[in-house]
Design a protein around this ligand. Structure first.
Ligand SMILES: C[S@@+](CC[C@H](N)C(=O)[O-])C[C@H]1O[C@@H](n2cnc3c(N)ncnc32)[C@H](O)[C@@H]1O
Length: 320
């Protein structure tokens, strides 16, 4: 079977060596084509031969699950898959611990955020402004709201807010206005039509591509509630980890990375109460250790090989 266009996993060695510390359950919340999962399974086989481990893969896209199941078929006994949102990682881990993962510790959770290259490269999914397709952008093809619903249904002010907040787009208001004028003539239903209106609203044509990519990012985040599900997944995922287990998150833009950084920092902070309190121990000890003090970035060689890694930032925390 063809590889569905999935590309090499980002920060492969760094992710696996910082995530995997012993045998147990590993949850890949963003299975995609199964690239990272395969590396985790191989690493476990090499370093913890003969010890029981289980790889749990979650993705909301059934195409991804099909491709990953094929790729990981050599490890059938050590894998189990769930279709759904990674914000349900807590439920998934309880299900696994009550069944095939009984008595195993949850040692690692990985989130490699965003869309896969397969999703970007498939015009029918509507993620790309480079290829014409329906204005969709749902990572879960059965999700309730598409990009067309937002572009044609939101009020001008709400559209502008989405572009500013999730795209950090300074021309958000102007683009929202142009979209409302265009959709009053005829609904906007394709990525090509959206791109034409956005470009038309840009005063500097040489900067139009940057604006387009920010507008697309903003719509994608809104369609898939990406920041909301990330916050829930971090909380629930961390709660599911066994002591000593690690959580690794690869993000691709500053809005995601800020959420991860803040969450990990809050776990690693000790609470010493109000200033001046003469106490020997913190009121609340730290819950996690920062394995990466600064985000791990891709090397120039990896960026050359795999341009998708250019904006990747990996952060890892360990539950105490
Ligand atoms: C960047 S790709 C992961 C690639 C994967 N690490 C690999 O090596 O092949 C992200 C995947 O996560 C999935 N995804 C994104 N957000 C999700 C969410 N909230 N819940 C479940 N899956 C999600 C997407 O459908 C996509 O397949």
């Amino acid at each position: 079977m063809e590889d569905y266009g999935y590309h090499a996993p980002v920060l492969p060695d760094e992710t696996v060596s910082l995530l995997v510390t012993g045998p147990g359950i590993y949850i890949d919340g963003t299975l995609g084509g199964g690239g990272h999962s395969l590396l985790i399974l191989e690493y476990l086989k090499t370093h913890f031969e003969g010890e029981r481990s289980l790889l749990v893969g979650i993705d909301q896209d059934s195409h991804a699950l099909d491709a990953a199941e094929k790729k990981l078929s050599a490890y059938r006994e050590r894998t189990t898959f769930f279709r759904g949102n990674f914000s349900t990682v807590g439920d998934v881990s309880r299900t696994v611990l009550g069944g095939e993962g009984k008595a195993l510790p949850v040692m690692g959770i990985l989130l490699d955020l965003g869309v896969s290259s397969y999703q970007i490269d498939t015009p029918e999914r509507g993620f790309s402004y480079l290829r014409n397709g329906p204005l969709d952008m749902r990572m879960d093809p059965d999700g309730p709201v598409s990009a067309a619903d937002i572009v044609n249904g939101y009020e001008e002010r709400a559209l502008a807010r989405v572009f500013r907040r999730y795209g950090e787009e300074p021309l958000g208001g102007r683009i929202a206005k142009a979209l409302v004028a265009a959709r009053d003539r005829e609904p906007i239903t394709t990525t090509g039509e959206l791109a034409a209106v956005v470009k038309g609203a840009c005063p500097r044509k040489d900067l139009a591509i940057k604006t387009l990519s920010r507008v697309y990012q903003a719509l994608r985040i809104e369609v898939n509630d990406e920041l909301g599900v990330l916050e829930r997944a971090l909380e629930d995922g961390f709660a599911s980890l066994s002591p000593g287990g690690r959580m690794a998150v690869i993000s691709y833009h500053s809005l995601e990375d800020r959420i991860v950084k803040k969450f990990f920092a809050s776990l690693a902070a000790e609470d010493w109460g109000p200033k001046g309190l003469a106490i020997r121990e913190p009121l609340a000890p730290a819950k996690a250790l920062l394995v990466t003090k600064k985000p791990v970035l891709a090397s120039p060689e990896e960026i050359e090989r795999n341009p998708r890694s250019r904006s990747a930032r990996l952060r890892v925390a360990q539950k105490l």
